[in-house]
Design a protein around this ligand. Structure first.
Ligand code: TRP
Length: 336
């Protein structure tokens, strides 16, 4: 509860529609959102405006935005409980972002490590949008006065910038924005690449065998697990530093079955990698299949999906408009 308003605290989060979602995003983020939505006033968006900070094929972007919205629901985001919407449907994010752009200093934004990484990856096309990406993210959060922002560790610096901008606005004008807290899961259910288990599993990995997507078929999942890189050992013991491949599969099995790592070790004593991988494959198939089936049904009904997104955008806009009205006034813009 918020001590001042006595109401549920607000959470907001979002993902970019740049590819299908992976089991890493499901275990690391979506599953948490689904659990949080009942205890918080929750908003979840598909951040299509963030996606265009690097070049996108328009038809892909359009399709993927709907894919991701449907996947949120398939994973358990209930649009009658949470506000589910697409970022570009709520123009107030971009409007607030401009004002925040004029409050942020070039120097502080230049320190963002994600920009440094991404601009190295896209060296041929480093857009101003990529630079100012974290300001739009700050606007996503501040326009709803979110108290908590469930994100991965890699977004901590962006959250810190968001907090600084909120405080700066509140100080220069008058108290307006809630200063948000990051909400980072403690024991990260961090899933690693199946091919290079020292690296995080990524939806944009060039090697498809590294990543299990929530849209993968049963056969694809079994296959990817079967081919996952392990190491030259033979027994099933958890050692993330020395045997990251086996450790990653154990983590996946642990999440899918609820068996502890110690129980998994004893379950597989005397058995080899073949048996173990088969079990992991089956447990993952059992977890992903119902999500994929719900997704297929939701995605097939595009009218229904659009209606859900329309309702979500209306809810979101009502709130965002309210904040923006105050912000415009305090900034000194003439009211019509
Ligand atoms: N930058 C986030 C990521 O890559 C995505 C994002 C955009 C986001 N806006 C947000 C996350 C607002 C939380 C809140 O993961």
């Amino acid at each position: 509860m918020n001590k001042i308003t006595g109401q549920k605290k607000t959470i907001l989060s979002g993902m970019q529609p740049t590819n299908n979602l992976t089991i890493g995003q499901y275990f690391g983020a979506l599953k948490n959102w689904v659990e949080l939505q009942h205890d918080y006033d929750s908003l979840f968006c598909v951040v299509d405006q963030h996606a265009i900070t690097v070049r996108q094929e328009p038809a892909n972007l359009r399709r993927r935005s709907l894919d991701v919205a449907a996947m949120y629901m398939a994973a358990g985001i209930d649009p009658t409980v949470s506000t589910l919407f697409i970022q570009s449907h709520v123009p107030e994010h971009a409007q607030l972002a401009w004002i925040l752009n004029c409050l942020a200093s070039f120097g502080e934004v230049s320190r963002m490590t994600q920009f440094k990484d991404k601009s190295a990856q896209h060296a041929d096309n480093v857009t101003v949008g990529l630079f100012t990406y974290p300001i739009l993210m700050a606007a996503d959060i501040l326009v709803y006065n979110a108290d908590l922002v469930p994100v991965g560790e890699d977004q901590r610096q962006h959250l810190e910038l968001t907090r600084n901008l909120a405080e700066r606005f509140n100080f220069h004008y008058s108290p307006t924005f809630t200063v948000p807290e990051p909400f980072i899961p403690k024991v990260g259910s961090k899933i690693m690449s199946l091919q290079e288990p020292e690296k995080k599993m990524s939806k944009s990995d060039a090697n498809e065998k590294s990543t299990v997507f929530l849209t993968d078929t049963d056969a694809e999942i079994r296959n990817k697990i079967k081919r996952a890189v392990t190491d030259s050992g033979t027994d099933i013991v958890f050692d993330a530093a020395k045997r990251p491949g086996v450790a990653n599969l154990m983590t996946i099995h642990h999440i899918c079955t609820g068996r502890s790592l110690a129980e998994i070790e004893s379950d597989f004593t005397g058995l080899g990698y073949g048996d173990f991988k088969e079990a992991v494959g089956e447990s993952l198939v059992a977890l992903v299949r119902p999500v994929r089936e719900r997704y297929d049904a939701l995605r097939a009904d595009e009218d229904g999906l659009m209606n859900t997104l329309r309702v979500g955008a209306e809810h979101a806009r009502e709130r965002a408009r309210n904040t923006l009205r105050k912000v415009y006034k305090k900034t000194g813009f003439v009211e019509l």
